[in-house]
Design a protein around this ligand. Structure first.
Ligand code: BTN
Length: 254
């Protein structure tokens, strides 16, 4: 184990949480770890990841001692009816927790990237076991990270510290996220589509903006038009056709 960090308080802060909480000094990926040996409700947090995973096969830069790398494993009894919305709603839960911690002005870029003034500071990666209803929810948040020329992050980024000019206690933040997320996962299966769409709109960064969409097969520009019933991004292309995307990289065109 490495030296003591603010994360060591997490077990104490979550003493009423009914499932196991594992705090590690370092690991390749908290998602990978929980996928292989976690059980329902289990939480894994690491001070550093040596092979943090991002969406679409990317690397998630995970330096030691400054950010939050948190995964939570959840087993639904039956697959929730709006399951394809889960990763979007995890982003909403994170955004709401941050708002209660005093962060303001952040938004979600579909599907689940946390942004502040055009800069990304958080991302979410959902991975399932061989049984689709068993999911590992991974949250990566740039918390106290400051600009470091040695960190190669291939896009504009910021951190909670850069947004608020405050240093955050990572254990308190992690405890709040775990509590809120587990509460939300308990009732996720009961949520109806109107509620999901309504909640999403409050945080949607793309709104009716002009966007560039890079899907696996093609790239297109158009106007973002919200989400369909499956949580897919709707984009009105230049020919007036509405196209739906379940996975893509989207950027706002200025
Ligand atoms: C993204 O590409 O935006 C998603 C990033 C998700 C990173 C988190 S950090 C904790 C968990 N463990 C991982 O290896 N990835 C996720």
């Amino acid at each position: 184990m490495g030296s003591a960090t603010d994360l060591d308080q997490l077990g104490l802060l979550l003493k009423d949480y009914p499932y196991a909480v594992q705090v590690l000094a370092h690991i390749d990926s908290t998602n990978r770890w929980l996928l292989e040996q976690g059980s329902h409700g289990m939480v894994c947090v690491a001070d550093q990841q040596t092979a943090g995973r991002g969406r679409r096969g990317r690397v998630w830069q995970s330096p030691q001692g400054v950010n939050l790398y948190l995964s939570l494993r959840w087993h639904f009894q039956i697959q929730p009816k709006h399951y394809s919305w889960l990763s979007l709603m995890v982003a909403v839960v994170v955004a709401e927790v941050l708002q209660r911690q005093g962060v303001q002005g952040h938004q979600i870029k579909w599907p689940n990237d946390l942004y502040y003034q055009g800069k990304k500071f958080g991302g979410i990666l959902l991975q399932t076991t061989q049984r689709l209803e068993q999911v590992v929810v991974g949250i990566g948040l740039n918390v106290n990270m400051e600009a470091n020329p040695e960190e190669s992050i291939d896009q504009p980024w910021c951190s909670l510290k850069a947004i608020t000019h405050q240093t955050f206690d990572r254990a308190k933040l992690a405890a709040e996220l775990v509590r809120e997320l587990s509460r939300y996962l308990e009732r996720f299966g009961d949520l109806d589509l109107d509620t999901l769409l309504y909640v999403w709109q409050r945080w949607d960064m793309l709104g009716q903006r002009s966007v560039l969409v890079q899907a696996s097969t093609h790239t297109l520009s158009g106007i973002a038009c919200g989400l369909d019933s499956q949580g897919r991004l709707l984009v009105l292309d230049n020919n007036g056709t509405l196209q739906a995307f379940s996975s893509a990289d989207v950027s706002v065109r200025l």
